[in-house]
Design a protein around this ligand. Structure first.
Ligand SMILES: N[C@@H](CCC(=O)N[C@@H](CS)C(=O)NCC(=O)O)C(=O)O
Length: 358
């Protein structure tokens, strides 16, 4: 399987009807349907970008951030390979490729590794432009919406889910997750004690979600699902699956409740399993793809080939990934690494939300 069968030319692909190959639904101006995706580092070509290799997602089924990517695969209708990783490190078959990046999920395409769902979705859009994840004219707002869902909204949901399930959580899992989402000083007992407050924090934001869904529209940006839907979906999916009253919290909002059913029907595209060993061997046998950009002028004065270290911003205790700087611009940064098991790998991160240092 090469990921192409249901890709841009696959059953959900649309015949180009404008210079960017985006299709206009009846009654809508094509101009409005051409999103300015330069902020994603995405350049649409009329032909689209043919995938050179299959999409391999390293994830575990209950992972909410992974669900964001899985539903995006469904929206695009692509074929992908699924590698199931442990819920808690160590991850000895994945870390040789990522250099120790510890968040989930990770997308692998040959010897290119994409970290963070923001970048994974941008890369998916680059490789499979149609149907677009950005049916709206303001993709910057979608990215900012995503940062809000992944930040304050997700943290409130995690607090309510972990706080409610506290007595039944495996200790190492609970300690790990409280640390990465609430910082080094946080304790599960504090989440439990503050549960009534966290519930209100969550409910107030779910109300904002409802108010972001236009009345009469099937999806967040109108008639077609896109990245805003993927963002909102993973959060509601997480609540539904992990909190006894999660579905009721969503269903308390009539527009969200109806939208949830539409999203549920989208599915995950065409998924087939792959072992971690096979994915690592495939990485070792591949060369990273060429990156288009060099290193842009930057306030730290970093240059191509410099030894650098990258980690998510914040106090989650994430380890740094080390490598040599290969490319950098306002959207993404890419490191090259050599590993005895994985070979030469390029590891890509979004620029926003990651701390880069020499
Ligand atoms: N900003 C990251 C956050 C990802 C994240 O926090 N994922 C959770 C799983 S849903 C995680 O990494 N948990 C710890 C782990 O899997 O080791 C992204 O968008 O990919």
């Amino acid at each position: 399987m090469d990921g192409r069968q249901a890709g841009p030319e696959g059953p959900r692909g649309a015949a180009p009807s404008n210079p960017l190959g985006l299709q206009s639904p009846p009654g809508e101006s094509p101009r409005i349907l051409v999103p300015d995706v330069r902020c994603l580092g995405v350049t649409h070509s009329p032909e689209g970008v043919r995938p050179v290799s299959e999409l391999i997602l390293h994830h575990y089924p209950p992972s909410p951030f992974s669900e964001k990517v899985r539903i995006a695969f469904g929206i695009k209708g692509v074929a992908w390979r699924s590698v199931e990783i442990p819920r808690v490190p160590p991850r000895p078959l994945l870390f040789p490729m990522t250099g120790g990046y510890r968040r989930t999920p990770v997308l692998q395409v040959g010897a290119d590794i994409y970290c963070d769902t923001a970048l994974i979705l941008a890369e998916l859009e680059r490789r499979y432009p149609r149907p677009t994840l950005f049916p709206e004219p303001d993709p910057g707002l979608t990215l900012a919406f995503g940062e809000w869902v992944d930040g304050p909204l997700f943290r409130a949901a995690v607090a309510v889910v972990l706080g409610t399930a506290a007595e039944n959580l495996p200790e190492d899992f609970a300690r790990d997750r409280v640390r990465i989402y609430f910082g080094p000083g946080a304790r599960l007992e504090d989440l439990v004690a503050a549960l009534p407050d966290w519930r209100e924090q969550l409910q107030g934001r779910l109300r904002w979600l409802e108010q972001s869904l236009p009345a009469g529209a099937d999806y967040f940006c109108g008639g077609r699902p896109g990245q805003r839907d993927a963002q909102a979906w993973y959060l509601c999916w997480f609540l539904n699956g992990r909190h006894p009253e999660g579905r009721a919290m969503v269903d308390a909002h009539p527009r969200l409740a109806a939208w949830y059913l539409r999203m549920e029907a989208i599915g995950h595209g065409s998924e087939s399993p792959l072992s971690g060993e096979e994915a690592l061997a495939l990485c070792a046998a591949s060369e990273p793809g060429a990156t288009a950009t060099g290193v842009a002028d930057n306030p730290q004065g970093l240059r191509q080939g410099d030894a650098v270290a990258v980690r998510p911003q914040g106090e989650g205790g994430d380890p740094e990934v080390e490598g040599t700087l290969q490319s950098l611009d306002a959207v993404r940064l890419s490191l090259q690494r050599r590993d005895p098991e994985a070979g030469t790998v390029t590891v890509h991160f979004p620029r926003v939300g990651y701390r880069l240092r020499a």
